[in-house]
Structure formats: C-alpha cells, structure tokens
Design a protein around this ligand. Structure first.
Ligand SMILES: [Zn+2]
Length: 246
C-alpha cells in the first residue's frame, strides 16, 4: 500500500494539472464522471494516503488502497478507474483505486495537523490522542490514520526498530521518552522515506521491514501478523523491548 510520502510524490508529479480544465473523463468508477467535464483543478492536496483533487465546489478523493497505481501522460492495457484528460493530450489515469466525491471545503473535512507530512503536523496533538488510548498496542497506534495520517506498515516497522520498541508494547507501559521518540521518528522517517523514494533507494535503507536478520544483534527477526489489523511486523525479540504487563 502506498504510504503518505508516496502520495506526496504523486502530488508533485501531477502539479502541472493545477489550473487546467478537464476536457474529457473516462474510467469505470461508479461515481458521476460527467460532473467533472469542464471543471478546472483548483489545487492538489494530500492527506495521509489520500490524494485530493480540489475544484471550486467539491473535491475528488483518490485512495490507492493496496494495489492502486497511476500514470501521467501514459496509459496501460487495464481500464482505469478514473481518467482525467486535458488539452494537448495531457492526462492522468488512476487504476485499481477508490474514487469518491467530497462536498464543500476540504479544510472543514480534514484535520491537517494529523498528517505527518503536513506543514501543520502537530506532535503535541498526536501525543494527547495516543495518551487517550492507554490499552492500545504501539503497532496499532502507529497505523491509526486519525493520529498518524500517512504512516503505513513500512514506516511502522522501521520506526519501532529504530526506537527499540517491540510492536506488542502497550501505550500505558511505554516510558515517556519512548513515546516522544515514537512521535518524532514517525515524522522524521516519513521525510527520509520521501527523499529515499525520490532517489529510488528506499528499499536499500530498510533495516527491519522485509528483512530476515537484525542488523544490531545478527539474529533472525521475528515475523508475525500483529495488532487489530493483523499487519505484517518484523521485529527483534532481543533489542526491541516489550513494554507490557508481565
Ligand atoms: Zn536486535
């Protein structure tokens, strides 16, 4: 699943379409596509893993889900979910994704301060939200899009490895310094992810995600589907401490 930084890259690649008028629309999405014809793109925004195309009265939300992709000024065999076509054969095509209309002002819909990639990201607000979930596991909290919009499974595994915290640690047993590190690293790693992804070297920097051996202890990583969402976790039983009741 594309994580927040990958959606920021999509936004940057699509920036040329801002101010352009949609001439034709295609795709097999069930939404009323005809409404988009003649609309001018006001801005492109992101919220976590969501790509937002803003018009004057409404917006389109594209979520790439698990296997969604996009192509700019290119097509592939598959029928797109949504194809937006502009003058001079310019187009953007979205495949295998979810497409939805959002009515009204995006600022009334989204809490931008919850987005780790946003200029208005608010670590204190994240801390307060986490504190209100004392019984939650850290692996669930990191994937909670109301707290860390944009953080996905890769960022989760890498952040927990960095701060030496076991994914099954429980919030109320987590020392204050570790909680601070969790919030700081989720933000910091997301921007490192962005820079590495742009340079096509993201995977090279993975220390835990999809890895078989702990680079610190040289012992095999544990692999398990953990938390409420049963997402794949890679962790070291030796150097990642489990903060939990005995
Ligand atoms: Zn280790």
């Amino acid at each position: 699943m594309p994580e927040g930084p990958s959606i920021v890259i999509l936004k940057e690649l699509a920036e040329d379409f801002v101010g352009k008028k949609i001439l034709r629309v295609g795709g097999n999405s069930k939404i009323d596509l005809s409404r988009l014809v003649g609309q001018q793109i006001k801005s492109l925004r992101t919220f976590g893993k969501q790509f937002l195309i803003e018009f004057s009265e409404f917006s389109i939300r594209v979520h790439l889900l698990m296997f969604g992709t996009y192509l700019i000024n290119e097509r592939k065999e598959a029928t797109p979910r949504l194809s937006l076509q502009f003058a001079n054969k310019k187009e953007i095509n979205f495949y295998a994704c979810s497409v939805k209309y959002l009515e009204g002002d995006l600022d009334n819909i989204y809490d931008w301060s919850a987005d780790v990639m946003s200029k208005t990201w608010d670590p204190a607000a994240a801390r307060a939200k986490i504190k209100s979930l004392p019984e939650s596991l850290v692996c669930d909290v990191l994937l909670n899009q109301d707290i860390f919009a944009g953080v996905g499974n890769i960022i989760k595994n890498e952040v927990l490895f960095r701060i030496r915290v076991h994914p099954l640690s429980q919030i109320e047993f987590l020392p204050s310094a570790k909680l601070r590190a969790l919030i700081e690293e989720a933000h910091k790693y997301s921007f490192e992810f962005l820079a590495w992804k742009k340079a096509f070297v993201l995977k090279k920097h993975w220390l835990a995600h999809n890895k078989s051996t702990c680079p610190r202890c040289k012992i095999p990583f544990e692999r398990a589907y953990l938390g409420k969402n049963h997402r794949r976790s890679f962790f070291c039983e030796k150097c990642q401490k489990k903060y939990a009741p005995d």
